[in-house]
Design a protein around this ligand. Structure first.
Ligand SMILES: Nc1ncnc2c1ncn2[C@@H]1O[C@H](COP(=O)(O)OP(=O)(O)OP(=O)(O)O)[C@@H](O)[C@H]1O
Length: 222
């Protein structure tokens, strides 16, 4: 599903550099990515989602060579194919929770906002325990509630790939388990793999594979 070859990326001269000779994520696989703070985990997710572009190498997601897409196609690809739970949630304060969840439908014509999408938004919100808070704006929600909105937004499009950056970081242990169940359930229904960055070591047994990211620092040993 994801294939990476000879990927290099750097944040400008002298900045952090990432070097990934080879990486593969299989269809329907559930992979946890762990590693020290600052080792480049978020950077990798941003490269896979086409938010950042590599300096060299190839990133392929399903049949799309993400690294070759122009700006508009990358945005379309991201909105229609990828469910991304951002570490800082990336919610828009001027939209209420329902509008935030349905935001992907505003930004690309590749997705059609129909009754089924609205129903999915409602039932995901219900499953996440925020079904009665959909008219509130992010500033009137707790951190944990904002995180749930971000999770619903990532799942509402039935994405082909789920990228999650500390998706359960602000939740209590029971909620973490429930939200992870939901993430896996939705991924299984769509046949989508999950690539989840996490510092929650107690969640690791729930994943099929755990990748320690420290090895990908440039000069690191594979
Ligand atoms: N926009 C940017 N410009 C320059 N350097 C950056 C930028 N974003 C991140 N970095 C640097 O790149 C390195 C990797 O950052 P990244 O956020 O990918 O790490 P991470 O493993 O996800 O960390 P954490 O676990 O703390 O979220 C860090 O040293 C960070 O300071």
């Amino acid at each position: 599903m994801i294939h990476i070859e000879n990927l290099t990326f750097g944040y400008g001269a002298g900045g952090f550099r990432l070097n990934i000779p080879a990486f593969t994520l299989a269809q329907s696989e559930r992979l946890a990515v762990v590693g020290p703070s600052g080792s480049g985990k978020t950077t990798l997710l941003n490269l896979i989602a086409g938010i950042l572009t590599p300096d060299s190498g190839q990133i392929t997601v399903a049949d799309t060579q993400v690294s070759n897409l122009g700006e508009t196609d990358r945005r379309k690809f991201r909105a229609s194919q990828i469910g991304f739970v951002f570490q800082d949630f990336a919610l828009l304060d001027y939209l209420n929770a329902r509008q935030n969840i349905l935001y992907p439908y505003r930004i690309t014509s590749a997705l059609k906002l129909d009754e089924a999408a609205r129903d999915r938004a409602q039932s995901l919100a219900q499953a996440c325990g925020i079904g009665d808070k959909l008219d509130r704006h992010p500033t009137a929600l707790s951190q944990g509630e904002q995180q749930r909105v971000a999770i619903c937004r990532a799942l509402v499009t039935q994405p082909k790939l789920i990228l999650s950056d500390e998706a359960t970081g602000n939740l209590d242990p029971d909620s973490k388990a429930r939200i992870l169940d939901l993430l896996f359930e939705q991924a299984a229904a769509a046949g989508a793999p999950v690539l989840a960055v996490t510092h929650d070591h107690e969640l690791l047994p729930r994943f099929e594979r755990v990748l320690d990211f420290a090895q990908f620092r440039e000069g690191g040993q594979p």
